[in-house]
Design a protein. Structure first.
Ligand SMILES: O=c1ccn([C@@H]2O[C@H](COP(=O)(O)OP(=O)(O)O[C@H]3OC[C@@H](O)[C@H](O)[C@H]3O)[C@@H](O)[C@H]2O)c(=O)[nH]1
Length: 298
């Protein structure tokens, strides 16, 4: 017995090298076998902590510092803003890859200008919702789209709010000809002020880009010819046209305040004397008046 003990104690103190290796291997296999669950849990914790930490290692565009965002914006061609990151990327899409289809609302979309805009948006592959109260617009202007699954028509007065999930808002709802906007001047200015306020509120709520179709009437009776966009105008605030002129000026003010104050991405287009198919001959605008007089005097 003593010899046996001595042998084992000898082996402990002077054990050859290969004996120590086999011991460490057997120790490791024992640990692995006995503590397998512990190792699994440890691996799970390591993996989950990596993936939990990973997103914060790559800042989300919205968490970029303003200077970083400005840098990015500076690299994006004209159009600014987050949604132009998509449009800029779309412009760089490989040949044959379609640009992403956008959801667009067009207020006043059955009108003269609006219906042509709807044609272009649908032709470009976007989905369009037209919001219109049919005060001056005509359904036949968009009848050719009624069977299109990417087209929706809603009879709605923009003086009342509406909630739509969209990417872009084109706001054209307003009577444009003096004959129509003088018919009910209080309704005209309500449409310009309340209607624009509702559509800007929607743009802010859903993060949509917003375009206001304004008019040359914001210059009133201009003292500067031709008018630069920086010209402030010369407008009568109490005249019979003020419901439209001042209404559109207020709409522009609201548009810029939502941009400066709420970061809504906006555009303002001051449209002058448009003419073409679908315009009413008797709506009292200058070009239609010329055409009407020519027709009458033929
Ligand atoms: O309260 C209203 C008034 C009008 N509308 C609609 O708005 C549309 C206006 O279309 P119109 O043909 O009268 O006018 P246009 O399309 O020529 O001009 C329109 O686009 C260009 C802008 O500068 C004008 O201010 C805008 O009226 C119509 O479909 C009309 O029904 C509303 O939806 N709500």
């Amino acid at each position: 017995m003593k010899q046996l003990n001595r042998q084992s104690s000898l082996s402990k103190q002077h054990r050859p090298h290969h004996h120590r290796l086999s011991l460490s291997r057997s120790l490791a296999s024992c640990l692995l076998r006995e503590q397998r669950l512990l190792f699994v849990l440890l691996g799970f914790l390591l993996a989950s902590s990596f993936f939990l930490l990973y997103p914060s290692l790559t800042p989300h565009p919205n968490t970029l510092s303003s200077s970083a965002r400005d840098t990015i914006a500076a690299r994006i061609p004209r159009g600014g803003g987050a949604s132009s990151v998509v449009s800029a990327a779309a412009r760089r899409l490989p040949v044959g890859v379609r640009k992403p289809s956008l959801r667009v609302v067009v207020t006043g979309g059955v009108g003269f200008v609006g219906s042509h805009l709807v044609d272009q948006l649908l032709a470009g592959g976007d989905s369009v919702i037209v919001v219109d109260n049919f005060f001056t617009g005509r359904k036949e202007n968009v009848a050719h789209h009624l069977s299109n699954p990417r087209f929706e028509l809603i009879r709605h007065d923009v003086v009342e709010p509406i909630l739509l999930e969209v990417d872009q808002i084109y706001h054209l709802a307003c009577p444009a000809s003096p004959v129509h906007y003088k018919f009910n001047p209080i309704k005209t200015i309500k449409t310009n002020v309340m209607g624009t306020l509702n559509m800007l509120g929607l743009a802010k709520r859903v993060g949509a880009r917003f375009l206001l179709t304004s008019t040359s009437e914001v210059y009133g009776d201009p003292l500067e010819h031709p008018q630069k966009e920086s010209y402030w105008g010369h407008v009568n605030p109490i005249g019979v046209r003020s419901c439209y002129d001042e209404g559109k000026r207020t709409a522009e003010t609201l548009t810029m305040d939502y941009h400066r104050g709420a970061g809504v991405e906006v555009r303002i287009a001051r449209i002058f004397n448009t003419y073409g198919p679908r315009m009413c001959l008797d709506d009292g605008r200058v070009v239609s008046n010329f055409v009407a007089q020519v027709c009458v005097n033929l």
